[in-house]
Design a protein around this ligand. Structure first.
Ligand code: GDP
Ligand code: MG
Length: 598
């Protein structure tokens, strides 16, 4: 296909503004889906994505489109995740595009992640086409939203498409604007090959399948290619594109997006962000890769069944292949045995990886409470980076501790400003600024410790604003805080996996709440179990879990077999998630209890 007829674009939006629905409608309109496939949200492949209604992994599809000018175009739609945790993946997909549809809900208007995504698109020099979606809603106010796009974002919205992805309104106009406004890819089809790897998957039969965009030159079946970062060479067995099903082709030329199969067995040979070149006449330099984002939230992942340790390692290896933001290294815990310390971009990222390991690899996990990275300045002048509370040195050796802070943007209707300010205050926030978005919405800025956000900030924000607030944040650096390590003792012994870092002023309160919570979560056993929270040697809170008096089964003596079976099954179910810590059986939830305490 001719280079001048190619248009590569993404769709960016705040979550729930209709990106997936619009993508489906575009697939539909260009005839990519058969009747049978016209189920909702074709692009959200993973079950998990469908269930949670969020898009995690980026996907790309090649769509033929005959425009009103009578010419045939190839539109490559590259899907992006909408959640703030995945901005790393958003910028990956945007780097493969020349344009982006900016979808804004006609009733909600511009939200925090609308802005965040626009910034990413502008950084990548993309042509942005505003689409005001959901105009079918009775509460839609497209004119107000157009004004917001102009005033808050600073884009010209005079040509914004008024659309309803649900009702199929405005779809053709969107496609026409893509053809007209998004530039065709630049580059030379005869230059030495440079193709950017933006994703990859492991296929049991074909080996690693690489998703890439050709930036210079042409990639052909039978060609010898080289991965520029690792120097490994392969022979191309297959090239092709998704329409949305994989279709083999003879070659992919400059500007085209598709997949490559080259019997690549080792997942580590295809690093996302690396450049593929011609092994015979290689390009002089690799393409600029991706900015690597550092994980901000860490937790321990342990197999419930310790014999699955190696399986867990393999699962993490496979997931890391197309998720460069996932970090992990082995760690051991006295309480939990062998596992991994894993780093994530945020809490949602953490939950998704956890769920994927459990579902796709069938490993049941114990997860410890998440932690951020603390910079610990010691009295001897050295500095430690601590991402595991267990490793915090003794108080006597510490001069001071710094923790990461973020600048948060919270967009909220006027009525909730007071509530949100109060919430930020209780989370140790520092007021920075307040701006009016329009007559009834404001953008509040606060600096907050990342650790407070990692805990329950997002949930509290949503519940205290009836879901009206939207939220985004960026890391701004470290600041000194008065922090201490809190240990939890079960039956007189410190359970390392339960330790956490807390601000001194709130330590007493948190310790109290945690032991009360643990008392409820840990089942009674044959003996009494003291539960204590302590800072150093000082116990700040204590509860006792009293001993069981009689067998629970004794209650349902006699004929009621089904009730007895239910009870046994329930106990078995519970057992799966229990970990014996010393002599005490501790359920999974206990390790996360520290998260939800207020
Ligand atoms: P995403 O998070 O941006 O991918 O949003 P989705 O495409 O999953 O849509 C979120 C919700 O909005 C779903 O319940 C959709 O059915 C609904 N939705 C999407 N587009 C429209 C529209 O044009 N009109 C109306 N009324 N609802 C829509
Ligand atoms: Mg979606």
């Amino acid at each position: 296909s001719k280079q001048t007829q190619i248009r590569n674009f993404s769709i960016i939006a705040h979550i729930d503004h209709g990106k997936s629905t619009l993508a489906d409608r575009i697939l539909d309109f260009t005839g990519a889906l058969s009747e049978r496939e016209k189920q909702d949200q074709f692009l959200d492949k993973m079950d998990l994505e469908r269930e949670r209604g969020i898009t995690i992994k980026l996907q790309s599809v090649r769509l033929p489109y005959k425009a009103k000018d009578g010419q045939e175009y190839i539109l490559n739609l590259i899907d992006t995740p909408g959640h703030v945790d995945f901005s790393y993946e958003v910028s990956r997909s945007l780097q493969a595009c020349e344009g982006a549809l900016l979808v804004v809900d006609a009733a909600q208007g511009v939200e925090a992640q609308t802005l965040a995504n626009v910034y990413l698109a502008l950084e990548n020099d993309l042509e942005i086409i505003p689409v005001i979606n959901k105009i079918d809603l009775p509460s839609a106010d497209p004119e107000r939203v157009k004004d917001e796009v102009e005033e808050v974002i600073g884009l010209d919205a005079s040509d914004a498409v008024l659309a309803s992805a649900k009702a199929g309104i405005g779809i053709e106009e969107i496609l026409e604007q893509i053809v007209e406004k998004v530039p065709a890819p630049k580059g030379d089809p005869d230059a030495p090959l440079q193709a950017l790897i933006f994703d990859s998957f492991y296929d049991a039969y074909k080996g690693v399948i690489v998703y890439m965009r050709v930036v210079e030159g042409t990639i052909r079946k039978g060609m010898k290619i080289k991965m520029m970062a690792t120097g490994k060479t392969f022979e191309v067995l297959e090239v092709g594109a998704y329409n949305p099903h994989p279709v083999a082709m003879d070659e992919l030329s400059v500007g085209e997006v598709g997949f490559v199969v080259a019997s690549i067995k080792n997942v580590k040979d295809t690093r996302v962000g690396d450049t593929i070149t011609d092994a015979v006449t290689p390009a002089a330099e690799p393409l600029p890769g991706y900015r690597k984002t550092n994980p901000m939230v860490f937790c321990g992942l342990y197999p419930v069944d310790s014999s699955q340790y190696e399986d867990l390692r393999e699962a993490l290896e496979k997931l890391e292949l197309n998720d460069a933001s996932l970090a992990y290294e082995p760690e051991t815990s006295n309480a939990l045995g062998f596992g991994f310390r894993c780093g994530f971009l945020g809490l949602l990222h953490m939950e998704i990886i956890q769920e994927r390991i459990e579902r796709e690899f069938q490993i049941s996990l114990i997860t410890t409470a998440p932690s951020v990275v603390y910079h610990v300045y010691l009295t001897d002048g050295s500095v430690l980076q601590i991402e595991n509370p267990t490793l915090m040195p003794e108080v006597q050796k510490i001069d001071h501790i710094e923790e990461p802070f973020v600048r948060a943007s919270i967009m909220v209707p006027n009525d909730f400003v007071g509530t949100v300010m109060e919430l930020c205050q209780t989370k140790r926030g520092q007021y920075i600024d307040m701006k009016y978005l329009d007559t009834n919405r404001v953008n509040l800025q606060y600096d907050l410790p990342l650790s407070e956000i990692v805990y329950d900030f997002f949930d509290l924000l949503k519940s205290s604003t009836k879901g009206y607030a939207s939220f985004d944040y960026e890391l701004i650096g470290n600041k000194t805080s008065n922090l201490v390590k809190m240990d939890v003792l079960l039956n007189g012994e410190v359970v390392d996996a339960l330790s956490f870092i807390v601000h001194r002023d709130r330590a007493q309160h948190r310790g109290r709440l945690l032991v009360e919570k643990l008392k409820k979560l840990i089942p009674r056993q044959m003996f009494e179990i003291p539960v204590q929270a302590a800072i150093g040697n000082k116990v700040v809170a204590r509860e006792n879990i009293s001993a069981i008096r009689k067998n629970v089964l004794a209650k349902c003596y006699g004929g009621d077999i089904s009730r007895k079976r239910k009870l046994l099954e329930k106990q078995k179910e519970g057992k799966k998630r229990m970990k014996a810590v010393g002599s005490v059986e501790v359920p999974q939830e206990a390790f996360m209890a520290v998260l939800k305490m207020e």
